[in-house]
Structure formats: C-alpha cells, structure tokens
Write a protein that binds this ligand. Structure first.
Ligand SMILES: *[C@@H]1O[C@H](CO)[C@@H](O)[C@H](O)[C@H]1NC(C)=O
Ligand SMILES: *[C@@H]1O[C@H](CO)[C@@H](O)[C@H](O)[C@H]1NC(C)=O
Ligand SMILES: [Zn+2]
Length: 445
C-alpha cells in the first residue's frame, strides 16, 4: 500500500508536474495527496474491520497470523481449539486397565493415542468420550437375547465421569454448547459423553432418558450390528438390511432424542437409516466419526448423495460430518496420511460446504493411524495442511469446533421448543418384547 509520505516521489505526481504549469502543480499535488490519504484510510478501515473479506493472504502482512502454515495452525488453534467428535479412551481403559481409574495416570504417556500432555500439545479444547461397548457376539434375529450391554455402558459412563473428575484442572464435564464454550474459555478440555450404538439401549427409550440424565449427549443409532431401532452399514460391503432403515421404534427414539436434546449420530448407520433419520429428525444431526465415500469407497463413509442432503435449504438438514482418521476408511492400505485425511475434509467441504465438516478422529479406537496423524498431539498438522490449501482461519475455526457447536446449539433449541410445547416423553415399547403386557387391560389384578 502507498502511504502519503511517498507522494512526492510518486510517478503520477511527477507526470502532473511536468505536464502542467502555474497554479496547476501545487493544486494537483493537493488533490492527489487528499486522494492518497483517503485511499489509505479506506484500505486501513477495510483491512482492520473487514479483514475477513480479504482472507488470510493479508493476515501475515497485518501481523495477525505467522506466514509459516505450521505456526499459523497453532495460532488458529489457540483461538479455536479442536473439539473431536469421537475418542475411544474409555474402551481402552476397560480393555487395558479393567476400568481401574486409580491405576490410570493421564499425566504420563498412556498406551494408545490419548493422554493429557498430548491433548495439550495438540491444542484440544474438547472431545466426546465414547462410552462404547461392542455389539453382542450372539444376538437373536429379533434382538431379544438378554445381554449385559446396558450394564457395560453404565460402566463406561462411570469410567468417563470418574476420569473427567480425576483431573479437574484439565477436564470439565460439558452438557451444553455454552458449557463447552465456557470450559474452553477457562482453559479446560470440555468433556462430553456419547454412546456408540442403539444396542447399548437394551431396546428401551427409558434407558435413553437415564443415559441423558447421566450426561450422554449423542447416541449413534447403530454400531456395526443392526438393532431394534435401525439398520447398520456393517463393516464390509454386503450387510443385508433388516428394517430397511429405521424401525417405528427407531422413529420414536429420534423423536425422544430431539425432545431431550441428545444428538442423533449417523456414523455406522446404513445409507437408508441415514436418509430416513435426516428427513425425520427435527434437530440438526452429526456424523461423529465418518469420512467421504467418494474419496475412499467403504460403507462407513458418507456418500455424496447423502452429503447433498446437508444444509439449510428446503429439503436439507443442518449437520456436521466429523472426519474419521482410521486408515481403513481413509485410503488403500499403506496410503493413509495427513494429506489423504485432508482430502476427505476438502471433499465434504466441496459437496456439503465448509460449515458442515468437523473432526472425529476415532483415536484409541483404531489400531493403526495415518502417517502424520499418529495421536492427539498431531491435529495441528492437519490444520496446517488445510491452511496451505487455502482454508481461512474462519473456515478452520468452523472445522475445529464451531460447526459442531452450531449443530449442538440447534439441537438444544429444538429440545427447548418441544419441551415448551408440552411434548410428552415417548413410551413406545419394543413390539417384540413379551416381558411387558401388550395392553394394560391384560394385567391380572
Ligand atoms: C486399582 O489400581 C490401584 C493402583 O494401581 C491398585 O492399588 C488397586 O489394587 C487396583 N484395584 C483393583 C481392584 O485392581
Ligand atoms: C498410494 O500411494 C502411492 C504412493 O504415493 C501412489 O503412487 C498410489 O497411486 C496410491 N494408490 C492409490 C490407490 O491411491
Ligand atoms: Zn465407531
């Protein structure tokens, strides 16, 4: 930018001096001085107050972002830390420590991908602790085999809550989008809890309400097995549908999730389940840990025709697709890197929009990791790569957390409205259950 003090030597002024005589030069000089001053002021106002319009190429020049993408990523993450949609630390605690929270020291290096020093190095501001337990090994076709999955889920919620409470200087249990923001503002890692599959509900919507009371804020409709509520996509292609998407109980479950303010998570679901849930949910939804099928063709990734259903236009639903780092979902064997994960982010952004993508690493739930994204300390490498590809700091702040917070706030608003309207809880009972009389009149008094 030119500055008024250079005006004397500006070629434009020189031409004027040569081309005119008498009162001309000083008058012309005055006009040009004024124009240059005005230009300077307008440019300053634009850059300072409307810097967003110019994007980040101006940011290093303004001194607001370092020019090195790695340093820029750290600066961006300082303001807009990572909120990861899916971290499997609780199941590692179950399998490696028999859920003995006393035996765990998150301040030292943990086996797996997650501990406090690495969370801090990776600029993590929050994550969903996945209170996951696996699908039952044997399950009758109508999902009526008694299992211990509700007990096991309660144990994983217990482990999550005890670990969060064990490090009050680091973690804060967060139950709302506002609580996530205030935890981050206080320098804490906002800790949310999610359940990874309808099989963890024991076919019961009442169990959902009690999980909500314990702090659960998303339920993945399925894991790798079908359940009484919905069909799963399985792990490998060829999963044969059971309901053809959602069951009627599944719709009642979504209605109750909307009423409570529990996010509907569509990772792991079949495409039919995802489409029907998008249409049926009154609240915005999430994919807590899923990537793009057009980039790598596996059933666990989201296809373009479903990405196109995300948004705010007629027939679309607000959502955030939080990209999974599992190498098996990211690329052909041996090819998963921070670059291929960035390809998934870019693709979802291209099809759905940059406001609809987030990060759901699946750390501690994946055996293998992409090159360059080995654990929670490495998120800045992904942010640096996207910055290099032209993402602005505002777009990156959406990716790292703001998009998820928007969706959470949207679901909270729907819940408030449904409750204010007096919407009653859902009391639907799984139709195949025989332990409860079908009608009250069947009860012998
Ligand atoms: C839990 O871990 C602590 C610390 O390692 C140990 O002292 C205690 O015996 C463990 N409890 C059980 C039941 O294993
Ligand atoms: C895997 O990576 C190698 C080396 O970068 C590349 O040549 C190859 O095309 C990649 N394979 C696929 C299927 O993308
Ligand atoms: Zn999963």
């Amino acid at each position: 930018m030119s500055t008024p003090t250079n005006g004397e030597r500006a070629p434009l002024l020189g031409d004027n001096e040569r081309g005119q005589s008498g009162a001309g030069p000083s008058k012309a000089r005055g006009v040009i001085w004024s124009l240059l001053t005005l230009l300077f002021l307008v440019a300053t106002v634009l850059l300072v107050f409307f810097g967003k319009v110019f994007g980040d190429p101006f940011a290093p020049w303004l001194g607001t972002l370092p020019s090195d993408p790695n340093l820029a990523a750290l600066a961006i993450l300082d303001k807009a830390p990572i909120i990861d949609g899916h971290i499997d630390l609780p199941i590692l605690v179950r399998s490696a420590f028999r859920n003995n929270v006393t035996a765990i020291d998150l301040k030292t290096k943990m086996p797996g991908h997650v501990d406090i020093p690495r969370l801090r190095k990776g600029k993590v501001g929050g994550f969903f602790w996945s209170a996951y337990v696996s699908c039952p090994a044997f399950e009758s076709k109508d999902f009526l085999s008694a299992t211990w999955r509700v007990r096991d889920t309660l144990e994983q919620i217990d482990v999550s809550r005890l670990l969060i409470a064990k490090y009050p200087d680091t973690f804060t249990l967060a139950l709302t989008s506002d609580e996530v923001k205030s935890a981050i503002a206080a320098g804490k890692i906002a800790s949310l809890i999610g359940i990874e599959g309808g099989h963890q509900l024991g076919n019961s919507i009442a169990v959902l309400r009690q999980y909500f009371a314990l702090g659960v804020r998303y339920v993945t409709l399925t894991h790798t097995c079908h359940n009484a509520f919905a069909d799963s996509c399985g792990l490998l292609p060829g999963m044969i549908p059971y309901h053809g998407g959602l069951s009627s109980l599944g719709k009642a479950l979504i209605a109750e999730m909307n009423r409570l303010g529990v996010l509907v998570d569509l990772s792991h679901t079949s495409d039919a389940t995802a489409r029907q849930a998008l249409a049926y949910s009154k609240a915005p939804v999430i994919w807590s840990h899923s990537s793009a099928r057009a980039v790598h063709d596996v059933p666990r990734n989201v296809p373009d025709d479903i990405l196109q259903l995300i948004g705010t236009a007629e027939g679309q639903t607000d959502a955030v697709v939080m990209v999974n780092f599992a190498p098996f979902f990211v690329a052909v064997p041996g090819n998963a890197t921070v670059l291929s994960v960035a390809d998934h982010v870019d693709h979802i952004a291209e099809v759905a929009g940059k406001e609809y993508v987030g990060i759901g690493s699946d750390f501690d739930g994946i055996g293998d990791v992409p090159v360059g994204l080995e654990d929670v300390s490495k998120y800045p490498a992904l942010i640096a790569e996207l910055y290099r590809r032209g993402w602005t700091k505002y777009e990156l702040a959406g990716l790292t957390g703001a998009n998820l917070l928007r969706v959470m706030a949207g679901a909270e608003k729907v819940a408030q409205e449904l409750q204010a309207a007096g919407t009653p809880p859902k009391f639907d009972i799984y139709e195949k259950r025989k332990d409860i009389p079908r009608r009250g009149s069947d009860v012998e008094l």
